[in-house]
Design a protein around this ligand. Structure first.
Ligand code: 5AD
Ligand code: SF4
Length: 450
């Protein structure tokens, strides 16, 4: 083939998958394969998939089946599956869906160019590689597709084996990336005008590269002059240290937001989940965070209907939500994942009950979120302007340091800038306001810059 092959990637699931897609962009581009922004132009469609819940898998299978009809219109079209579902199901995916040409697991992305090229040389070629070889993708720097915010992966895999979770099985053991590579990547991002970066890992608080821990990494990233805002996900309550909270307080660029999944408000359920902390420990962490960073936004993940969860235990979760007042909660009904410990428990909660509890949780959180957002009215917030608002061309949209989407009237020329916005309204998950004065420098924040 003379023309360069074009690949379109559709990404599902968590930010780690978004980041992996950017890594795959880099692997493909380095090998003379083009990235296409349009599915219609692509020679190869790749689905980067998620296995965390059954529903996530069903959605992707539905999408893949939809796209199969393209094969009758475009004979040469190839379809591949990568990510957690590829890792989990491997060969079975190809057996169940003959239209899938290749399946590549999370640690084998370096092989993608070779596989893709072979597909076009040998029409019978089918490939499935899912071996886990503790890949760190050293020496590779992702191609970041966004504009102003970028993810930087600092670690891969997970060692926690929460009893409901498939991640440790599909992403393998936890390993931390060399901090020098992380710093280099973030410096490069800063030069490309990404002013906000999010450090990414399944459990960032246990980052450790040859003795250099997460607190030390944060200190170093905070010193990179071209970066204005630092975020990180995901924090695990059992590993979030006092040292990290102190650094969050002292580092001007670390934003006043933490995503701290609690999963349940009941100690017995937390134990069965193998989470390694109690409700009391979690509440004490929240107190320390709020003391160190007044006004910090705290978001969480919660699962309803974990096996054996009684009405009373569920009520404990509702009570904790009311007590903590999370700014936002990502809520999920428990989904049994084959191979995990909890999937074998014989006290599974019926689907309708899991759903009914989920709905209760959502409606309670909606009220709390609205209250928390209304509390912002009258405040002046620093907004990093990202784009023209979807709803009105005359309005801009961006995020506050405490991770709240904020919309206000303004000129497109402010995109990419930091502005002060006076909050006048709170609707649903969005704040509305008006420009308070011209551009501000983020360093005017009241935290010390170390
Ligand atoms: N069922 C429901 N939710 C789950 N999560 C992880 N595994 C499951 C499961 N089997 C949720 C957890 C986690 C988030 C990313 O997904 O809340 O924090
Ligand atoms: Fe899954 Fe627990 Fe690891 Fe998070 S910490 S990825 S919930 S096993």
């Amino acid at each position: 083939m003379n023309e360069r092959l074009k690949v379109f990637i559709e990404t599902y699931g968590c930010q780690m998958n978004v980041s992996d897609t950017e890594l795959v962009f880099s692997i493909l581009t380095n090998n003379n394969i083009e990235i296409s922004d349009s599915i219609d132009d692509a020679d190869i469609i790749i689905f980067n998939t998620c296995s965390v819940r059954q529903h996530a898998e069903e959605r992707v299978i539905g999408r893949i089946n939809n796209e199969m009809s393209r094969k009758s219109r475009k004979q040469d079209l190839k379809i591949g599956v990568i990510g957690c579902m590829a890792q989990r199901l491997g060969e079975k995916l190809i057996e169940r869906n003959k239209g899938i040409d290749f399946v590549v697991g999370t640690d084998q992305y370096r092989k993608l160019p070779e596989i893709i090229t072979n597909l076009f040389v040998n029409p019978q070629f089918k490939k499935n590689i899912i071996i886990n070889n503790k890949e760190m993708y050293d020496g590779l720097y992702p191609i970041h597709k966004g504009n102003f915010n970028a993810f930087a992966t600092i670690m891969r895999g997970c060692n926690n084996f929460c009893s409901y979770c498939i991640v440790p099985y599909v992403r393998g053991r936890e390993r931390s990336r060399d901090y020098r590579d992380i710093i280099k990547e973030v410096e490069e991002l800063g030069k490309k005008n990404f002013k906000e970066i999010t450090l990414l890992g399944q459990n960032v608080n246990s980052y450790n590269y040859k003795g250099l821990n997460f607190a030390e990494l944060l200190k170093r990233v905070n010193r990179i002059s071209s970066i204005e805002r630092i975020r990180f996900v995901t924090s695990h309550p059992k590993d979030l240290s006092k040292e990290v909270i102190a650094i969050m307080k002292d580092s001007a660029k670390i934003c006043e937001h933490i995503h701290l999944p609690v999963q349940s408000g009941d100690n017995k359920i937390l134990k069965k989940m193998n989470r390694g902390y109690t409700v009391e420990h979690y509440s004490a962490l929240v107190d320390s965070l709020r003391k160190a960073l007044p006004g910090i936004s705290i978001t969480t993940d919660i699962i309803t209907g974990f096996p054996g969860e009684s009405e009373k235990q569920f009520q404990n979760t509702l009570d904790l939500m009311t007590k903590i007042e999370f700014d936002y909660a990502f809520t999920f009904k428990y989904s049994p994942r084959s191979g995990t410990e909890a999937a074998n428990y014989n006290n599974q909660i019926p689907e309708e009950e899991r759903l009914a509890r989920l709905q209760k949780l959502i409606s309670l959180q909606e009220k709390i979120t609205l209250k928390k957002y209304k509390d912002q009215i009258g405040k002046i917030k620093e907004i990093y302007v990202e784009k023209v608002s979807k709803k009105s061309k005359l309005e801009l949209s961006g995020k506050s340091r405490d991770y709240k989407i904020t919309v206000f009237p303004g000129d497109e020329s402010l995109i990419g800038k930091f502005v002060n916005v006076l909050i006048t309204e709170a609707t649903g998950w969005t704040l509305k306001g008006k420009l308070f004065d011209e551009q501000v420098k983020p360093k005017q924040h009241n935290k010390l810059c170390k």
